[in-house]
Ligand binder design. Sequence first.
Ligand SMILES: [Mg+2]
Length: 283
Amino acid sequence: MATTVQKYEKVGFLLDMDGVIYKGKDLIEGSAAFLKKLRQLEIPYLFLTNNSQRTRRDMALRLNRLGIPAAPKDIFTCGISTARFLAEKKPNATAYVIGENGLGSALHENGISVVDDDADFVVIGEGRTMNFENIEKAVRLVYNGASLIATNLDTTCPTDQGIRPGCGAIVAMIEAATGKKAFSLGKPSPVMMRMARKTLGLRTDETIMVGDTMYTDVLGAVEMGYRSALVLSGHTTENDVAHYAYRPDIIAPCLNDLPESFFLKPLSGQTAEPALPEMANAS
Ligand SMILES: [Mg+2]
């Protein structure tokens, strides 16, 4: 069945994962239905995560097991934005890495060699396998001139048992020891936000970011001029929003509660008919 999406202004979604699509091991109710609706409407979307631990293939498999169809190309991690940025700045660069498989393979795919000494960059990602020896090594390399790169500056990571220290907490330790500031390429970095938009072939005013975190998802969108939606299915409450100088364009309980009027704007001269038959019966 041909959709009537041509009657609407072009739009596409950047979707945070944890707190938007799933929470821990559980799918958030309605997220699968919302994504199905986007596919039926031929609205492009890309999953955008500040977790560099897993590869795109692993994350796509995780989504598939939760009942969400996804291919590796549908996923964009801060490990990928970091690797692409470094490869552009210095082809054939070397990096000392604190992180896991997802970051290592993104660096290799972009022609960056992972080394133990003499590194151009010290790259910090998510992970639970690092030890104090790794931190010492990173500190010495940065002190001696390697550039300190963070895949993100999130200070905590949600787990089923509560929070654990995030990439930003590890980075803070190295910054304190060396007196050098890290450069971050995870949300809200404009580098990652722009690469993700370009992956979908969207213009700034066609891009909508949906997330559950004010200081990454919403801030990144606000700074780039994208539309933004905060969902309350993660770790942010409506009361938290007042603590920030910026606001999302819309706040919704969860992804599937985003009203179609937020993302389907009729082209001039077109009437606002329901885009899909089931929408006519909705609400
Ligand atoms: Mg999130």
